[in-house]
Design a protein around this ligand. Structure first.
Ligand code: SAM
Length: 231
């Protein structure tokens, strides 16, 4: 599947026009400043409004985070999910956060700066997790949007693929996966693939996710490893 997506990206990149690249406009900043979730995040000292998306999903879907859980947070900067997760897992738990960007330290979080899709970053993440089975993988990663829908969607599904493959290798039986994605080419096939690994897969759109944004989350609960003769 990965090779197919690389081919799609390569093809679409050839058609990409720089003039179409999206830039954050003053209208975007205006909307951001007036956003009630942004205001609430600032008032509560949270690093980003994304915090509300995670708490809503965890609460609404009754995803209990055990005090000693091991969680991997992909695309974690500036760190509002990490802060929430670190609080929930407590001193005996472990949160490993990964991002391309720097992140101000969050207590109890092992932060790794790097591109999650690169083998050298993945190796460091694997080292940080060690022999432990992971209770939950969360990913809020999205590619840098170019404005070319085909390219952006292909990159998104590529990131989703890498995330699922990490989750499949590291989750404990019964573990959960939450990842950000976008509806479009490749979404249905990706969801079907996820269906094969989890007892249930739901599409989730938290209230804190802007209605104008086509982002959605896929929540896979009850990870199940196939029996050897089914592989
Ligand atoms: C929406 S932000 C995450 C916000 C975060 N959940 C929070 O609560 O603060 C998405 C992040 O994904 C990161 N990202 C995108 N692609 C990535 C990749 N290939 N490897 C690591 N991080 C990536 C971006 O750098 C960005 O910081």
């Amino acid at each position: 599947m990965r090779r197919l997506w690389h081919a799609v990206i390569f093809h679409a990149m050839g058609q990409q026009s720089k003039s179409k690249a999206k830039r954050k406009t003053s209208a975007w900043y205006q909307r951001h400043a007036n956003d009630p979730h942004v205001k609430r995040a600032q008032a509560e000292g949270l690093r980003s409004r994304a915090a509300f998306k995670l708490t809503e999903i965890l609460d609404k879907h009754q995803l209990t985070v055990k005090r000693n859980a091991v969680i991997v947070d992909l695309g974690c900067a500036p760190g509002s999910w990490c802060m929430e997760l670190a609080q929930r897992v407590g001193d005996d738990g472990l949160v490993v956060g990964v991002d391309l960007l720097e992140m101000q330290p969050v207590s109890r979080v092992s932060f790794i700066q790097g591109d999650f899709t690169e083998a050298k970053t993945l190796a460091v993440v694997k080292d940080a997790v060690g022999e432990r089975r992971v209770d939950m993988v969360v990913s809020d990663m999205a590619p840098e949007m170019s404005g070319n829908k085909l390219v952006d969607q292909a990159l998104t599904i590529g990131l989703n693929d890498e995330t699922l493959s990490f989750a499949v290798n590291h989750l404990r039986e019964g573990g959960n996966l939450l990842l950000k994605t976008f509806m479009g080419e490749g979404f249905d096939a990706f969801r079907r693939e996820m269906n094969g690994w989890f007892a249930a897969v739901k599409i989730v759109k938290p209230a804190a996710s802007r209605k104008t944004s086509s982002e959605i989350y896929l929540l896979g609960t009850g990870f199940r490893r196939p029996l050897p003769n089914q592989e």
